[in-house]
Design a protein around this ligand. Structure first.
Ligand code: NDP
Ligand code: 2IT
Length: 443
């Protein structure tokens, strides 16, 4: 049995039922086969065994009382996966589907993503099965306060720095930051994605979506093409999707779809982003309301955006939202590139099919790293007690995304998988962390 197969079998046996974590571990470890073959010192130092076992996983009760006086209990999570190259860093997901396996897949991916940014941040992730949808501001506050009343014990500006993810935006970060400050008395950069008036960074809101489009453009450029004039299918209608659409327009593309958890819209004339922002960011509403702004658009609750003819596809909603049938539909419609704004949105079978069909494919850990990279820039600004301009942060973000593409492409080529960024991103992200772990001894 190869070293990778041995470790994978052990991960599956030791973490029963954590299917998303198994999926992520399999993808990463299989890409590392050629690297561990070339470097026997990794096996000698139990590097993959240590890498797949989180430093610690914290689970806790989150009790809160709703507007009717009824108490509820949710489960809170923080998985601190690896801090070989910097403090744990990664978002907090608030969604009813959240469980330990999902948080572990996200925390594991985050190790390599954060390494690819070139910035000193380790990997972690957290969240809760709380559903902010339909809750009043007071209920969300109650939840966030209760959540942070436990989480504060484990985090800190130089220890672990959480941020947003699905269901956690500026409102939730504000409530959590206020609670941390109140309990500890510390005014420090313990969370990122903060509001601009209390330590947030300009361009953090836009960063994941913009970064996704910067990386996509770089990938297309390397293959003699660009986004200009391209039709783009986007899924999701949250933070990542909205700013991916905004930057796609800026680079001359036409985004024609978006989706939320109840349906999706197709607007052949191009998405009216002002309308989407009004519905999703201001009113916290549903995409079904979009037709009132654009009567010629279509709204559907069956099927998915991937049925629509497009040149470029940007999945920006959630894991495993683009399956083999979707991949076949995209290829049939002559898609040329798929770049993942979400974490692990493409199933393994769909990824394999797209790559075999010659579609340029950018995996999430490379393509959506702009969010966490800009979070790290927020940490730098907090440490310096300075605020950089939007242009300064955006220029750094752009440079980081171009750097990620080049690193991943070079690693893919070095190991004989030219243009396969799944290999390239995993290998490049891994190498830095692995070398830091080797240097620090068996910990
Ligand atoms: P948001 O909560 O802002 O938006 C998520 C969007 O996806 C919503 O429109 C949501 O619909 C839709 N959606 C559809 N189906 C699902 C489902 N089954 N579960 C959850 N959401 C669903 O989250 P983000 O935009 O921040 O995150 C989207 C993806 O990007 C996630 O995979 C996240 O991990 C990843 N990511 C986010 C980063 C960030 O900085 N925010 C950075 C890197 C990656 P509805 O409106 O109905 O809720
Ligand atoms: O998946 C991700 O990279 C995020 N949700 C952003 C994490 C962060 O710390 O900004």
């Amino acid at each position: 049995m190869s070293y990778v197969s041995e470790v994978l079998a052990n991960v599956i046996a030791k973490n029963p039922g954590e299917t998303e974590f198994h999926q992520a571990a399999k993808e990463v470890l299989e890409a590392l086969e050629p690297v561990v073959e070339k470097h026997p010192e990794y096996r000698k130092n139990a590097l993959l065994e240590r890498l797949t076992e989180p430093d610690r996983q914290i689970m806790f009760r989150v009790p809160w009382i709703d507007d009717k006086g009824v108490p509820h209990v949710n489960r809170g999570f923080r998985v601190q996966f690896n801090n070989a190259i910097g403090p744990y860093k990664g978002g907090l997901r608030l969604h009813p589907s959240v469980n330990l396996g999902i948080i572990k897949f996200l925390g594991f991916e985050q190790i390599f993503k954060n390494s690819l940014t070139g910035l000193p941040i380790g990997g972690g992730k957290g969240g809760s099965d709380f559903d902010p949808k339909g809750k009043s501001d007071r209920e969300v506050f109650e939840f966030c306060r209760s959540f942070m009343t436990e989480l504060y014990k484990y985090i800190g500006a130089d220890v672990d720095v959480p941020a947003g993810d699905i269901g956690t935006g500026a409102r939730e970060i504000g409530y959590m930051y206020g609670t941390y400050k109140k309990i500890t008395g510390l005014y420090e950069g313990v969370l990122t994605g903060k509001g601009l008036s209390y330590g947030g960074s300009l361009a953090r809101t836009e960063a994941t979506g913009y970064g996704l489009v910067y990386l996509t453009e770089e990938m297309l450029k390397a293959h003699g093409s660009s986004l200009k004039g391209k039709t783009v299918a986007v899924s999701g209608a949250g933070n990542v999707a909205i700013y991916a659409v905004e930057k796609a327009y800026a680079l001359g593309a036409k985004p024609v779809t978006m989706s939320d958890s109840t349906g999706w819209i197709y607007d052949p004339d191009g998405i009216d982003l002002k309308a989407v922002k009004e519905i999703k960011e201001v009113k916290r509403g549903r995409l079904s309301e979009y037709k009132a702004f654009r009567p010629k658009s279509e709204y559907s609750t069956s099927g998915h955006v991937w049925q629509v003819k497009c040149d470029v596809a940007l999945p920006c909603a959630t894991q495993n939202e683009l399956n083999l049938d979707d991949a076949k539909a995209l290829v049939k419609n002559k898609v040329t590139a798929v770049a993942e704004g979400a974490n692990m949105p493409t199933t393994p079978e769909a990824t394999e099919y797209l790559i075999k069909s010659g579609v340029l494919f950018a995996p999430g850990k490379a393509a959506n790293a702009g969010g966490v990279a800009t979070s790290a820039l927020e940490m730098s600004q907090n440490s310096q007690r300075l605020n950089w301009t939007f242009e300064e942060v955006d220029a750094k973000l752009h440079g980081i995304m171009v750097g990620i593409y080049r690193q991943a492409a070079a690693a893919a080529e070095e190991y004989g998988h030219k243009d396969n960024l799944v290999y390239g991103a995993n290998i490049a992200g891994f190498t830095k962390v692995a070398n830091a772990m080797l240097a620090q001894g068996i910990q």
